[in-house]
Design a protein around this ligand. Structure first.
Ligand code: ZN
Length: 358
């Protein structure tokens, strides 16, 4: 089955290519989601921790969040398209720039990448998602390779580094008291936070705090329970017509936190060159501290920053792209900070990554 054309970014051929793509798109997306769902085996799983008495629903939500974070990364890695920046590169040739945008939008090819990153960062960002998805970095995804790569044992088993990841309901029980941030109220309660330690080697502890459980899973949004059907925030129709907090999932929050985990990412080219030093004394993707914009959280601020150094840019990009593909229709970009209050009505305080003082 022909599932993905090996396209070039030639505007002269774009109409023909887009027509071909549209007919292939549904088949390919269906196949992609079949491959992505249910293929994550037990090897290289993180450790899950929760206090005695934790609701089963919450335990399952944490495990699903990990699967969703990997799925988001895989969708981005598998669908990354060099044509996403075509409008930018051909901009000088068009007096009426909307011409290209209209073609792209009419064929569901919204340039989500350029909302959240600079064109020059395409390779770097793709490498980040391929690393989390455990896709070989040199691999080229096209007709002849996508099945082999998405179904290869290496992809299914996920990065061996995930054996060094601990996800907990509430503060990780072994955190130093000064690093137990879930109950700390003076700066607002974080949704989740990451603790990295030199003393622990390259482990990461990611704690999910009380407010994080407001966010559903990918499938809970896509297939809402009867009580939520037809309501804003549920189902593809309920996501509205632009990027917003309605797209945010618990797995998306985890994907954000994984970006802080230097030891997961720092082995690929240019990480040291593009990413500044973080609290761990090594290059680390962080959280923009402000003041312009006020912080690095949410679709609007991420769009304003277009930065590979801000963790939420990766989350917003991945979730926007996922929902565009899952729902089979384009979404517009966020234009209002209120978009990031759409589900919870709350703008949460930043929770930058933590590290031990050594
Ligand atoms: Zn963060």
């Amino acid at each position: 089955m022909k599932i993905l054309t090996n396209r070039t970014c030639d505007v002269a051929n774009m109409r023909i290519q887009m027509q071909a793509l549209r007919s292939e798109q549904l088949v390919w997306y269906s196949l992609l989601f079949l491959l992505l769902i249910g293929t994550q085996c037990a090897a290289s799983q993180p450790e899950f921790l929760w206090p005695d008495g934790t609701l089963v629903e919450r335990q399952q939500a944490l495990q699903q969040a990990f699967r969703d974070a990997i799925t988001l990364a895989r969708v981005v890695a598998a669908t990354f398209d060099p044509c996403e920046d075509v409008s930018y590169r051909y901009r000088p040739f068009f007096q009426d720039f909307s011409f290209v945008s209209q073609i792209l939008e009419s064929y569901h090819m919204v340039q989500v990448f350029l909302w959240y990153f600079q064109p020059i960062d395409g390779l770097f960002v793709n490498n980040v998602f391929r690393t989390i998805a455990n896709m070989p970095l040199p691999a080229k995804l096209d007709d002849s390779t996508i099945i082999d790569i998405l179904s290869s044992p290496g992809v299914h088993e996920m990065s061996a580094q995930f054996n060094r990841l601990v996800l907990s309901v509430g503060d990780h029980p072994d955190l130093p008291s000064t690093k137990q941030l879930c109950e700390r109220s003076e700066n607002g309660n974080p949704l989740a936070f990451t603790f990295l330690s030199h003393a622990l080697g390259d482990w990461a502890w990611i704690s999910f705090c009380e407010d994080a459980w407001q966010y559903p899973s990918l499938d809970q949004i896509y297939n809402p329970v009867d009580a939520n059907k037809g309501k804003p925030g549920w189902g593809c129709d309920g996501l509205g017509d632009h990027d917003s907090e309605f797209m945010t999932t618990l797995g998306g929050l985890l994907l954000h936190e994984l970006m802080h985990w230097t030891w997961l990412l720092y082995n690929f080219p240019n990480f040291d060159d593009l990413i500044g030093q973080g609290a761990i004394g090594l290059p680390q993707i962080g959280d923009f501290p402000g003041p312009e914009p006020a912080d690095g959280y949410g679709s609007l601020h991420a769009k304003q920053l277009k930065s590979v150094e801000n963790a939420d840019n990766y989350r917003c990009y991945a979730e926007s792209k996922y929902w565009q593909y899952r729902c089979g229709r384009p979404f517009k970009e966020s234009m209002d900070a209120a978009d990031d209050l759409a589900r919870t009505g709350t703008r949460f305080e930043p929770a930058p990554p933590e590290a031990d003082p050594t």
